[in-house]
Design a protein around this ligand. Structure first.
Ligand code: IVH
Length: 719
């Protein structure tokens, strides 16, 4: 194993090493799984994967299609047991400007129906850049610790967390019977530097930044190693708690302190937006001297009853926001502008850059967004540019340094034809506003190979069919060979592994020939071992596909790649229709758009895009073929237990006095109700406040039950 520090690798060395690591890890996987005869220890295996990940973190452009990291956590998850979180672990929405923060506060006020001068306090906390963990205490004893994982399910790292001194094993004071304290595990700058020094001296891999090293240290199989890493923990939120000891975020943190947790000492409770923004600037000023990494600050509505009312939108609370620090910037040369075509035909200009390190990561590509942006920047090939990168956001070009422009640099001409299929690429005009779309799109639609490949890529991706190991190169190879034309083909191919085998073997031979041509060297002949590896690969692929023959309806809809229908809208639509057949049938009828727009959160534009999709015969065929291969499961009912309105259609009308309209809707939906804007024979319940008019009459006409706001609140009390 090469022992050169990851930070010191050149791009060429990194590429070579990733190649070697992919092969080596695959071989260990095979020995472990197929032969049950591992050649190395778990710790050594972990080290290989870690080194692979670290190199990839530094050189994201070199990530291989067959990288072991695509099988995220596959190996690790076999080693740590899974933990289903009693309450999901959520993430935060981001604010980047003062204005974003002001808007956040305004949204909160509006939702709660608070006047501008009504008191609204925020708890302001530094945003620690580490990894989040959930610590479960029963009767005051630490019983289980878990990583965040995908938010619903994490990994059991109890033994490792026990070694962290900031984590109490027994709580002080009078804690609730069950308490899940959540917070961030992090490593100080000093410890990070010392650790890397030790690692280097011992010829072991070094880490790119304190966050990676905290994560790597916690996910060790040997808790002894975690113990030697001197990690820290700040508590800042909670999961399941049998009896909340406080009424505000601030008091909760005080309670945490009393139980024996560390709470960030810079935390402040403030009562105005001016004070919130001042907090941000103060912390920004202290950032460099803190001794640990933070990547912003977090504002939380202080009152817990408000938090409760505000609830969540998809994965983030409405009551909190992360205000991120400005991105890190660097100067480099724009070597070329590449045009990529996405699944909706959008021509996306990508800046190909002379590799440069920004905040510890080597960047070679950055987005230029669109044609107007290139014009605004006046970016030309050969220019010296400033790029910036913030956290996990795609790097972008922010400025051209005109003084450094070479003479003769030509203005960039944005293509008006698709570079893949030659069709015209146009900027659509919005019929209503007459405004030109910022994106130029390929009009090739179904004939454009780039769009087809991207659609298929999207189909197998995480939030859609999530077919393990079926990304990147496979899609392209199978598409090029004509074996994969539409999504249903994926499932048809799984029944013919020999076809998959042949296609991949051909691809491998082609790649070897390319390498030979490039290096001028003969490569070793394909061995029996290669053959075995290949068939193992295909076996895994087939298993990955077969595992997805049953799929939940929201994922199915998302996978179809309908314009404007991503995860969130797919979920809203899937919740509304009882089955995929019901949706397909509904789309054939005249009332399709009207029914779609009745769904809370679905507007005209989205409804029309869905209808258009199902109006297109080719799409209907694609869906039909797919339904011949897979089973689509309807959505599980939300919180139906104990909810009197689950599955019912509710209409709110008139003036509501104790809650705002969006709040009423959000609450009803969280209890499994469908909230509609108009009363029909399908309505189950009308909640009417003073001033209710025509809807009340409609309710009488259709014989629908009508109740007032108080009766509604009584009905859902305690839920
Ligand atoms: S609150 C429901 N508070 O940031 C509330 N998160 O970008 C969830 N983080 O996953 C989180 N410092 O790992 C919260 N003071 C803080 C935090 C914090 C760091 C992390 C946390 C979370 C991520 C979201």
């Amino acid at each position: 194993m090469s022992t050169k520090a990851v930070q010191k690798l050149t791009a060429r060395e990194a590429e070579k090493e990733l190649d070697r690591l992919a092969a080596e890890i695959a071989e260990h996987d095979r020995r472990y799984h197929a032969e049950d005869n591992p050649a190395i220890s778990d710790a050594e295996y972990d080290a290989l994967r870690r080194r692979n990940n670290e190199i990839e973190a530094r050189f994201p452009d070199l990530i291989r299609p067959d990288s072991p990291s695509h099988r995220v956590g596959a190996a690790v998850s076999e080693k740590f047991a899974k933990v289903v979180h009693a309450r999901p672990m959520l993430s935060l929405d981001n604010a980047f400007t003062d204005e974003d923060v002001t808007e956040f506060a305004a949204r909160v006020r509006k939702f709660l129906g608070l006047k501008d001068d009504a008191e609204l306090a925020f708890n302001c906390e530094p945003k620690i850049d580490g990894l989040s963990a959930s610590l479960r205490y029963e009767n005051g004893l630490f019983v289980q610790g878990a990583t965040r994982g995908d938010g619903t399910e994490g990994e059991d790292i109890t033994a490792n967390l026990r070694t962290i001194k900031d984590i109490p094993l027994r709580l002080a004071g009078k804690p609730p019977k069950v308490l899940e304290a959540r917070g961030e595990v992090y490593m100080s700058h000093r410890e990070f530097a010392a650790l890397n020094k030790r690692q280097e001296k011992e010829g072991k891999q070094t880490y790119a930044n304190p966050r990676n090293s905290a994560a790597g240290s916690v996910r060790q199989l040997d808790p002894g190693i975690t113990a030697s890493r001197n990690l820290h923990f700040f508590a800042y939120t909670w999961g399941e708690v049998t009896a909340l000891p406080a009424k505000t975020q601030w008091e909760m943190l005080q309670a945490f302190k009393d139980y024996g947790f560390k709470v960030n000492p810079l935390t402040k409770r403030v009562e105005t937006i001016e004070a919130v923004l001042k907090f941000y600037r103060d912390i920004e000023g202290k950032r460099a001297a803190l001794g640990y990494d933070i990547d912003g600050v977090v504002y939380k509505v202080d009152r817990l009853d408000y938090q409760e009312r505000l609830g969540f939108v998809s994965r983030s609370p409405r009551w909190a926001i992360a205000h991120k620090f400005a991105a890190e910037q660097a100067e480099t040369v724009l070597e070329d502008i590449d045009i990529q075509v996405g699944r909706t035909g959008k021509l996306a200009p990508v800046a190909k850059l002379k590799p440069v390190t920004v905040g510890g990561v080597v960047v070679q590509n950055a987005t230029l967004h669109n044609e107007d942006e290139i014009r605004r920047l006046d970016a030309r090939v050969g220019d010296t540019v400033v790029i910036q990168r913030a956290g996990d956001v795609i790097p972008q070009v922010v400025k051209v340094i005109l003084e450094k422009r070479k003479r003769g640099a030509k203005e960039y001409e944005f293509p008006t034809r698709c570079p893949f299929c030659g069709s015209h690429a146009v900027r659509e005009k919005d019929e209503k506003t007459g405004k030109e779309d910022v994106d130029r799109r390929c009009t090739g639609g179904l004939i454009c190979p780039a769009q087809a490949v991207e659609r298929l890529r999207y189909f197998v991706a995480r939030p859609c069919f999530d077919i393990e190991g079926f990304g990147g190169v496979y899609i392209e190879t199978l598409f090029d060979k004509g074996l994969l034309k539409e999504p249903a083909d994926i499932f048809r191919l799984a029944k013919h592994p020999e076809k998959l085998n042949r296609a991949l073997a051909e691809r491998r031979a082609e790649m070897a020939a390319e390498r030979r041509a490039a290096s001028g060297k003969e490569e070793a002949k394909k061995s029996k071992k290669d053959d075995d590896e290949e068939s193992k690969l295909v076996e895994n692929l087939v298993a990955g596909i077969e595992a997805r023959r049953t799929i939940q309806m929201d994922r199915f809809l998302n996978a179809l790649g309908i314009r404007h229908v991503g995860e969130t809208n797919a979920r809203l639509i899937a919740r509304h229709y009882d089955s995929i057949d019901a949706l397909v049938t509904a789309m054939e009828g005249d009332g399709a758009i009207a029914e779609l727009t009745e769904i809370q959160g679905i507007g005209e534009v989205v409804a029309e895009a869905i209808k258009d999709f199902f109006d297109e015969p080719h799409n209907r065929k694609v869906v039909k073929h797919l339904l011949g291969e897979v089973d689509v499961r309807p959505m599980p009912k939300v919180k139906t237990a104990g909810s009197p309105v689950a599955g019912k259609t509710v209409v709110f009308t008139g003036t509501l006095e104790k809650m705002t309209r969006p709040e009423a809707k959000a609450k009803a939906e969280s209890l499994g109700a469908k909230v509609s804007g108009s009363v029909s024979a399908k309505t189950d319940l009308v909640v009417a406040g003073p001033g209710a008019g025509s809807k009340l009459k409609d309710a009488q006409k259709h014989n629908v039950q009508v109740i007032d706001e108080d009766a509604w609140l009584k009905m859902i009390e305690g839920l």
